[in-house]
Design a protein around this ligand. Structure first.
Ligand code: HEM
Length: 528
């Protein structure tokens, strides 16, 4: 009979799960301690918990206020803050170039994997979610021309049609003398209906139909919102995504398609079979994507073609709605700004819908839009990149080792007091206009400098491809809206809720609307 040591006897009498639990605790604690002491970033200040695990950032992102938290952290710790074991946030505008620019051309961080679909076990990158810069350049080349300014006049024609429908539906729903006058208008929803119908018309030559229906009739918008929440959250710990939606068991069961993917898929199938066509006078994006497939057969397959179409809708709708809502929020909240803007619009004797070229000649409108884009950045998360093998020196002096994830926080950077002045936290369109004591040259230099610190549409090789399109929508709809309507907060004193889940979105933002001058309504009768 063999007799073991008392320790061995004690261990063998333990239930099996206990040593497993102990080993797991030791492994996790070791990982957390190693995280804390990550070389190269250890000396960078930041919240204590963020040094141990990305879980801190994941829960922050899920809560929907990470854009505000980043502003507060930069206020507290300075321009360079450690927000994860291996993740740094930077708010000094001089860092836009080295982090996002053409010269360094850094890869994106793995956060974008959460945006990718899986097909036959492979991750399928879209433009916005390609990690490495080479892949991105390869899939951007076939379609870059489709986003160029040469298509502007056809986009403007579509914008005229969709703005007319917007005015007509807002009139019916919220300004009708007997039926709806004074009814609160959830303006962010209506801007999103506008942006969705506009982008689907220039992409597929047909609107989704949100303006006509006046609500999220097919659940497309709410499913997009859920998807954005998921992406913004798990992007902070990409492996969590592989336990959830990219889990092989989940994928084997067959993931359910979203209303957007189903709609886009039908348009693509019908176009390929000749059942649907592009508008006869203006080539839509889908035609251009099919042309790209023919011209670049080794790059563009059916999956990428669908990804181009899906990206158009994903990237274009809630960003534009957020931008338009932020403009309304700041203008209506500042009666003096509203008065000056409407004076400028009235003096310009505009025709409606306002034409893009005319809108660009209105300096106060331009200043209002620029200032809203400074104060409120629709893409609320850090624009993240991964430091390459050469390491990266920040303009603030820190040397980041290869593999560090470094993000630029536009929300914090746009409030930089050295660049935008002591009152950087205040909405003031005048900062973009020439001051009494300033020469033309001085004004140009100052504005150019401020421009270089703005990254609302990103910067460098990964910057927004649809900026020209967004500008047409915003520069046309804003003066049309304020020229025709007198908006007021529906619940004065009650701030709208704002949530950042990839895009920073307004909720419960209700306004009331009435026609500024009844004769305008009569004049626009053919439009209505
Ligand atoms: C106010 C409205 C908009 C804002 C603020 C905005 C902002 C941005 C930003 C910041 C990025 C870069 C994200 C990154 O660094 O990962 C981006 C990418 C992109 N945006 Fe926009 N966007 C807007 C409207 C649009 C519109 C109307 C379109 C039209 C299709 C569009 C299409 C795209 C595409 C295709 C990309 C990916 C570009 C690439 O990776 O090469 N965006 N956008």
């Amino acid at each position: 009979m063999s007799v073991g040591s008392p320790l061995a006897d004690a261990i063998s009498s333990l239930p099996l799960w206990l040593p497993i639990l102990l080993l797991t605790c030791v492994a996790v604690s070791t990982r957390l301690v190693l995280n804390y002491f990550s070389p190269g970033v250890q000396s960078i200040p930041g919240p204590f918990l963020a040094r141990f695990s990305d879980l801190w950032r994941l829960t922050l992102a899920y809560g929907g206020h990470s854009h505000l938290k980043m502003m507060q952290l930069h206020e507290q710790y300075g321009d360079v803050v450690r927000i994860g074991p291996n993740t740094i946030s930077v708010s000094d505008p001089r860092a836009i170039e080295p982090i996002l620019g053409f010269k360094t051309n850094l890869n994106k961080s793995k956060a974008v994997v959460s945006m990718m679909n899986v097909y036959k076990g492979k991750l399928i990158p879209m433009l916005i979610s390609a990690i490495d810069s080479k892949t991105h350049a390869t899939i951007k080349r076939p379609i870059a021309q489709a986003f160029s300014q040469t298509s502007m006049s056809s986009w403007e024609t579509v914008a005229d049609e969709v703005i007319a429908r917007f005015v007509h539906r807002v009139d019916e729903e919220f300004c009708h003398q007997e039926k709806s006058l004074g009814k609160p208008c959830p303006i962010n929803d209506w801007f999103q209906f506008f942006a969705m119908d506009f982008i689907s018309t220039i992409t597929f030559s047909q609107p989704f139909g949100f303006l006509t229906k006046g609500y999220d009739f097919n659940g497309m918008i709410s499913s997009l919102e859920k998807m954005m929440t998921y992406i913004a959250t798990v992007g902070n710990m990409p492996w969590v995504d592989f336990l959830l939606l990219k889990n092989p068991i989940f994928l084997m069961l067959g993931s359910t398609s979203s209303p957007l993917v189903t709609f886009d898929g039908e348009r693509i199938k019908n176009r390929a079979r000749g059942l649907e066509k592009s508008h006869p006078e203006r080539k839509d994006f889908l035609s251009r994507f099919f042309e790209a497939k023919e011209a670049y057969p080794n790059v563009v397959d059916d999956m990428l073609l669908a990804a181009y179409a899906n990206t158009n809708i994903l990237a274009a709708s809630d960003t534009t709605a957020a931008s338009l809502s932020s403009i309304v929020y700041y203008v209506v909240g500042n009666p003096e700004v509203l008065k000056r803007l409407q004076q400028e619009i009235d003096q310009a004797k505009l025709s409606y819908p306002v034409q893009f070229k005319t809108a660009q000649t209105l300096p106060y409108l331009d200043a209002v839009i620029k200032e809203a884009h400074r104060m409120f950045v629709p893409g609320g998360l850090e624009q993240e990149r991964e430091v390459g093998s050469a390491g990266l020196q920040l303009p603030t002096g820190e040397n980041l080792p290869p593999g560090t994830v470094v993000g630029y926080s536009a929300w914090a950077g746009h409030r930089n007091k050295l660049l935008f002045g002591k009152d950087a936290n205040v909405f003031d369109p005048d900062r973009w206009l020439q001051k009494d004591n300033e020469t033309n040259e001085e004004h140009n230099v100052r504005v150019r400098k401020m421009h270089r610190g703005i990254s609302t549409f990103g910067f460098g090789p990964r910057a927004c491809l649809g900026k020209n399109i967004a500008m047409i929508e915003i520069y046309k709809l804003t003066p049309t809206f304020f020229g025709l309507f007198a908006p007021e907060m529906a619940h004065p004193g009650k701030e709208p809720r704002v949530h950042c889940h990839l895009t920073v979105r307004f909720h419960d933002f209700d306004i009331t609307l009435k026609w500024r001058k009844p004769e305008l309504r009569e004049k626009l009768q053919p439009l209505l």
